[in-house]
Design a protein around this ligand. Structure first.
Ligand SMILES: Nc1ncnc2c1ncn2[C@@H]1O[C@H](COP(=O)(O)OP(=O)(O)OP(=O)(O)O)[C@@H](O)[C@H]1O
Ligand SMILES: [Mg+2]
Length: 294
């Protein structure tokens, strides 16, 4: 649980199973202020390629702010962020999307009047090579072929998330749980290497949560996407995360494997609301099983 920044890339000379996984994203000393509000104070951490990394903390702790600094929506007042070893601190969200960062929002951001299919196609916009200039030459430039290929991939995502039955429905008419799933589909359609999920299970019932947790694990394990998830449901977080970072009042108070974080006295005091925690709290009674990232 150190605050030390992680090197952008480990040495490539001796790759072996014991070599630490490559760092896909790194925050170095990130500060974010809104007038007098210190949303983030000196936050440093690294996310390894292939990891399911969760950010937890009480309301207003700075979780969404941190995700916004990763996606480029917010620019740190101070500090730097690196993606795939390159400094992206000053780049726009569009640029970062093109580099491979995708996201969903804490509050749904779907086009309610559009169909599910069209909402997902929007996610693929930046992948289209043809544009409004080449569009008129639809049959000559390969635009038609390209669109067909896109549709095929979108259909695969629709199958994966089991939303075939609503593919033509107007997004705004769907249940909340289904809309969250469509939003995830749109984020996946961007084919990101790093996907940021801000409370993907908020407002869902137990069954919907279980489904969503399964999709997220599959996304991580089968699609190979690195996942950053903000989630308040500690059970889910501890169950599916490889590592967890805890924020409180904009500061990182812990980072590590779920069982390490759960056992951390500061976390128990600050986040779990335990007042009388001894500093030598033993490990969580039933640490969750989760595969290691290679
Ligand atoms: N655009 C903004 N303008 C002003 N203050 C902001 C802005 N965004 C966030 N903040 C402030 O920064 C702090 C952290 O907010 P943030 O939304 O990152 O918290 P959070 O951990 O995501 O909380 P929650 O669990 O409620 O979603 C809060 O005090 C919030 O009011
Ligand atoms: Mg938030």
């Amino acid at each position: 649980m150190s605050g030390a920044p992680v090197a952008p890339h480990p040495g490539s000379a001796q790759k072996s199973p014991t070599t630490p996984a490559e760092t896909i994203f790194e925050a170095r000393g990130v500060n974010l202020r809104f007038g007098g509000v210190h949303a983030l104070t000196d936050v440093s951490f690294g996310i390894r390629k292939g990891e399911l990394f969760s950010i937890i903390g009480p309301n207003g702790a700075g979780k969404t702010s941190m995700v916004n600094c990763i996606s480029g929506r917010y620019r740190p007042t101070d500090g730097k962020v690196f993606f795939k070893g390159r400094d992206v601190t000053g780049t726009t969200p569009n640029h970062r999307a093109a580099l491979g960062i995708g996201r969903t929002f804490q509050n749904l951001a779907l086009f309610g009047h559009m169909s599910v299919l069209d909402n997902i196609m929007v996610g693929r916009h930046h992948l289209l090579k043809n544009n409004f200039l080449t569009g008129p030459l639809y049959w000559l430039t390969g635009a038609r072929k390209e669109e067909l290929a896109h549709r095929r991939e979108v259909e695969e995502i629709i199958d994966f998330l089991e939303i075939q039955h609503v593919r033509k429905a107007t997004a705004g008419t769907l249940s909340y749980g289904l809309r969250k799933r469509v939003e995830l589909a749109r984020a996946i359609a961007l084919k990101p290497d790093l996907i940021l999920l801000d409370e993907p299970m908020a407002g869902m019932n137990l069954e919907e949560k279980e489904d969503m947790a399964r999709y997220i694990v599959d996304l991580n394990e089968e699609f190979g996407m690195t996942v950053v998830m903000i989630e308040h449901d500690m059970g889910v977080v501890m169950d599916i995360s490889h590592r967890v970072m805890v924020l409180e009042f904009g500061k990182k108070i812990a980072e590590g494997k779920p069982e390490e974080v759960l056992a951390d006295p500061r976390v128990r005091r600050a986040y779990l609301g335990e007042d009388d925690v001894e500093d030598d709290v033993p490990s969580a009674s039933s640490p969750p099983a989760r595969k290691e990232v290679a």
